[in-house]
Write a protein of this length. Structure first.
Length: 381
């Protein structure tokens, strides 16, 4: 059980699949609003999900998810784990969050905890090192503790286990410039960001970064930076990884995560939302082939209630695929256009059902954390 994961495409041997058990609500506060404000080319922000004002809500409320959707999500995640097992991959699981989990609290805030579902976010695996990244959402502050039993087994087998500096997450910890900048090319904020309130625990902008902001390519890491919280965290990573990895910053490819914008399917081949992403990449990556699938078919998504169901992800979420090796890719069963595009490029597509990806803001790459692949710290660039 030796930890070894440098990329997203060499043959996969071990993986952690998140848990959707008891994912019944969202805690909505400034940290949640900031994290989920999707910015999409060609779309107005209020198209992405309903305004709080329309739903009669306010800052800091708990938003209930319909039980049927939560149960169907749980079914789909369990089928994902079973599919990977059938493909010969060893699957590890986090501890499930209990149905009546006690709220967690920080200095000046309290939030209902979130199950460890989108586990790509708060952890970055680099070779033989587990790096717990600084969370940007209060309700997810202790999420990696649900993974600690798995992490400990890798540590006992020789892995390094590092935790980046933990933010206080007071209102003034967040750089709101991206959310408030009407000139950003990707659109405006999904929700109005309320005026942050001062706190005796304010320390200024703090490090915040998710593993899903990082494209791993052997010894090269492409990291999306959209504001100062990200910039501070990447500076920490550069110092920590000095001499081991080369970090390439890309500016505002997205508000945070890039794994529904860009994924590497094998050396020399990228899957991207649109061809213009090539111009944002480091020069050596611009020479790689870029596969752009057809636009999502709106008819393949469940229909939700604009005033009751909180849609957190864009229609492009199905680009969030998971590679088992350089030839085999797990793709949402409903995303036939993407599947046909990949098959035409010589990939074997394994269809897996995932119905409510837009409600829970994640795809197969988000739900998983690959811990053992055969690839090394190669120089792909």
């Amino acid at each position: 059980m030796q930890l070894n994961s440098h990329d997203d495409f060499t043959p996969l041997h071990e993986i952690i699949v998140g848990s959707a058990a008891n994912y019944l609500s969202h805690d909505r506060d400034v940290s949640f609003e900031l994290f989920h404000h999707e910015n999409l080319a060609g779309f107005r922000s209020d198209w992405a999900y309903p305004r709080l004002a329309q739903a009669g809500g306010g800052s800091g409320e708990n938003w209930t998810i319909k039980r049927r959707y939560a149960e169907e999500l749980h079914e789909d995640v369990e089928k994902l784990a079973a599919t990977l097992t059938c493909l010969g991959v060893t699957v590890h699981r986090p501890l499930p969050l209990g149905p009546d989990a006690t709220p967690i609290a920080g200095l000046g805030w309290q939030a209902a905890p979130t199950p460890a579902l989108n586990i790509r976010d708060n952890t970055l695996i680099l070779g033989d090192e587990i790096i717990e990244t600084p969370p940007a959402v209060r309700s997810r502050y202790l999420e990696t503790r649900l993974l600690s039993t798995v992490f400990r087994r890798y540590w006992e087998a020789g892995a390094r286990w590092t935790t980046m500096p933990r933010p206080t997450l007071s209102d003034l910890s967040f750089d709101l410039s991206y959310a408030r900048d009407a000139t950003t090319t990707l659109g405006g904020p999904t929700e109005p960001i309320r005026d942050p309130q001062p706190s005796p625990y304010d320390v200024g902008f703090e490090m915040m970064l998710d593993g899903a902001q990082v494209l791993r390519l052997g010894r090269d890491l492409v990291v999306n930076v959209a504001q100062d919280n990200h910039r501070l965290a990447v500076s920490w990573l550069e110092r920590h990884l000095a001499g081991r990895y080369r970090i390439h910053r890309v500016w505002r490819m997205a508000d945070n995560h890039i794994d529904s914008m860009l994924l590497a399917l094998r050396p020399g081949v990228l899957l991207a939302r649109h061809d213009g992403i090539r111009d944002m990449l480091p020069a050596p990556l611009r020479k790689w082939k870029v596969i752009v699938p057809p636009e999502p078919d709106a008819g393949t998504f469940p229909v939700y209630d604009d005033y009751e169901d909180l849609v957190l992800a864009s229609p492009y979420i199905d680009l969030n695929v998971l590679s088992v090796d350089e030839h085999t890719v797990l793709v949402n069963t409903d995303c036939t256009g993407l599947a046909k595009t990949l098959e035409a490029e010589g990939f074997t597509v394994v269809p897996v059902q995932h119905r409510h990806r837009r409600l829970f803001g994640g795809g197969f790459h988000c739900f998983t954390l690959d811990t053992v692949r055969t690839g090394g710290c190669e120089d792909y660039l």
